[in-house]
Design a protein around this ligand. Structure first.
Ligand SMILES: NC(=O)c1ccc[n+]([C@@H]2O[C@H](COP(=O)([O-])OP(=O)(O)OC[C@H]3O[C@@H](n4cnc5c(N)ncnc54)[C@H](OP(=O)(O)O)[C@@H]3O)[C@@H](O)[C@H]2O)c1
Length: 263
């Protein structure tokens, strides 16, 4: 699908990856409707992009609430979105027993229920287009269950499954559904203890621009799925085939993960 002239609803637009995606898509001629909860950061992002000649609108909303979904959906209808990039996400690092019940709900609502509800609400509009795309930003933790990230993994495994089913459900129509799975990315999403844990484990991180480039390629090439980085991409596939092998590899890392989670 062409980016020139596309009208993109981008969630999580003020975060590290969201800002990079917004810049990249705007540079290729897309008009943007940006959303996140923070009104001030949305206005700052819009001003920066508009100064570079982009066409940008914003809508502030919490995608963890029904009212927030409705607010964004109404704005997207007015805007005439034909591309939806579900990028907003959140996490709380820690072993499951360290998380509070509100943390669990917030992660599942923001990362899984929000995108599903938004797609459900916007699908009639997308289906009325000659061509439309849904890009769901997942994670390598949507294919590899990782200690210290159990609820986050549940949300991203769910998002991956949703995208796959949707892709198959929509195969005979104009809407394509795509899943983009970054490995660790250098944004403030990861608190210092996760950055230190990744360093100890030898997990590499990509700059957010690498994810933005993958999203751009996904839209232009109407790709089904993209996994960023090796060996994470390989382990994502291996985990599907031989989970016992990955169990063994990650068992050796458990003490390190627990030490950082306790910090
Ligand atoms: N960074 C990584 O290592 C990494 C790796 C793999 C996948 N990912 C995925 O990539 C996506 C973007 O991550 P990032 O690194 O850019 O994170 P980030 O810098 O923390 O940005 C998160 C964005 O989501 C918005 N957001 C959070 N909760 C929201 C809610 N309830 N309603 C509406 N908007 C909400 C935030 O804005 P407000 O706070 O103003 O709402 C912000 O714009 C996420 O889906 C994440 O799971 C990240």
């Amino acid at each position: 699908m062409q980016l020139e002239g596309a009208r993109v609803l981008l969630t999580g637009a003020t975060g590290g990856i969201g800002l990079a995606i917004a810049e990249r898509l705007a540079a290729h001629g897309a008009s943007l409707l940006l959303t996140a909860r923070g009104e001030d950061s949305l206005q700052r992002a819009a001003a920066t992009l508009a100064a570079r000649g982009a066409t940008v609108e914003v809508v502030a909303a919490d995608l963890g609430t029904a009212a927030g979904i409705e607010r964004v959906a109404l704005a997207a209808e007015r805007f005439g979105a034909d591309v939806l990039v579900n990028n907003a996400g959140t996490n709380v690092f820690g072993m499951l027993e360290q998380l509070g019940s509100p943390d669990v709900g917030q992660i599942l609502r923001t990362n899984l229920e929000g995108p599903v509800q938004l797609v459900h609400r916007l699908l009639p509009q997308l289906l009325s287009r000659r061509r439309a795309m849904i890009v769901n930003v997942g994670s390598s933790f949507g294919s590899i269950g990782f200690a210290g990230f159990a609820v986050y993994c549940a949300s991203k495994f769910g998002l991956r499954g949703f995208t796959e089913a949707l892709r198959r459900e929509l195969a005979d129509g104009p809407v394509r559904a795509c899943y983009v799975a970054p490995r660790a990315v250098e944004t403030s999403f990861n608190p210092p203890e996760v950055v230190r844990m990744n360093a100890d484990l030898g997990n590499r991180a990509d700059p957010p621009e690498a994810v933005a480039a993958a999203v751009e390629r996904a839209i232009i090439g109407e790709r089904r799925e993209t996994y960023l980085g090796q060996p994470e991409g390989f382990f994502a596939r291996l985990n599907g085939l031989l989970p016992g092998v990955v169990d063994g590899a990650l068992r050796k890392k458990l003490a390190i993960i627990k030490r950082h989670a306790a910090a």
